[in-house]
Design a protein around this ligand. Structure first.
Ligand SMILES: [Zn+2]
Length: 228
């Protein structure tokens, strides 16, 4: 029996290249989640200015990590109050040090995460996906060597321009981002598997997006609203 209501609050994990962010956006659209993304939250704060924004800007300008206490203030400023009944944390907690912040946020505002969801993709698969992305510098069309190849190798279908990798997709950068995930996110997952094993779910991410999304819905106990 599949319910039609997913958990109120969810934390989603997945290595770069797992499709996690696209899945989070789709879940937000289908089930009314507000996405909590600390990167966006920091950029928004700076753009809006004010006392909080200025403090964030000072840290970013110095190249410092934004302290956890400031992250918590930002969470409070953005995600409490009416309408914040369905939160989907995407990229938070980012480090094991931020786990107590989420606990504190839950206790103070009386909500509970109902699912810690991991999109499982092997590091090798994630690297292959990320280094296979290509973009046309002329028209901006995107390709992928495996899942969406151009008709002629390394050449744009529309205008014949030679395709390029995105600057973030060099093997070195991709491997670094994978290592950051292994070093920081994996310990968080282990923590939740120990403290809340009944709330942890895994989805096989080594399949086409539509199937991963269906698996994600199943893990949340809801029917996929738009099955392929
Ligand atoms: Zn093009």
């Amino acid at each position: 029996m599949v319910a039609n209501v997913p958990p109120d609050h969810v934390v989603i994990f997945g290595r770069p290249g797992s499709g996690k962010s696209s899945l989070a956006e789709r879940l937000g659209a289908d089930f009314g989640y507000t996405l909590v993304r600390t990167g966006e939250m920091l950029r928004d704060a700076v753009r809006k200015g004010g006392f909080l924004g200025k403090r964030v800007e000072n840290h970013l300008a110095r190249g410092d990590l934004v302290p956890d206490r400031l992250i918590f203030e930002l969470l409070e400023a953005n995600f409490r109050g009416p309408g914040m009944t369905h939160l989907l944390f995407d990229g938070f907690p980012r480090t094991i040090g931020q786990v107590p912040l989420l606990d504190q946020f839950e206790r103070r505002y009386g909500f509970q995460v109902g699912c810690y969801l991991e999109i499982d993709v092997s590091r090798e698969e994630a690297v292959a996906r990320m280094t296979g992305r290509r973009v046309c510098p002329t028209c901006g069309a995107t390709y992928h060597l495996i899942s969406k190849p151009p008709k002629v190798a390394e050449v744009c279908d529309k205008d014949g321009t030679r395709l390029e990798r995105r600057p973030d997709d060099t093997t070195e950068v991709v491997e670094f981002r994978q290592q950051v995930y292994d070093d920081h996110a994996v310990p968080i997952l282990r923590h939740y598997e120990q403290t809340s094993p009944n709330l942890c779910r895994h989805v096989n991410g080594n399949q086409p997006f539509a199937k991963v999304y269906a698996g994600t819905c199943e893990a949340l106990g809801v029917a996929d609203p738009s099955p392929a």
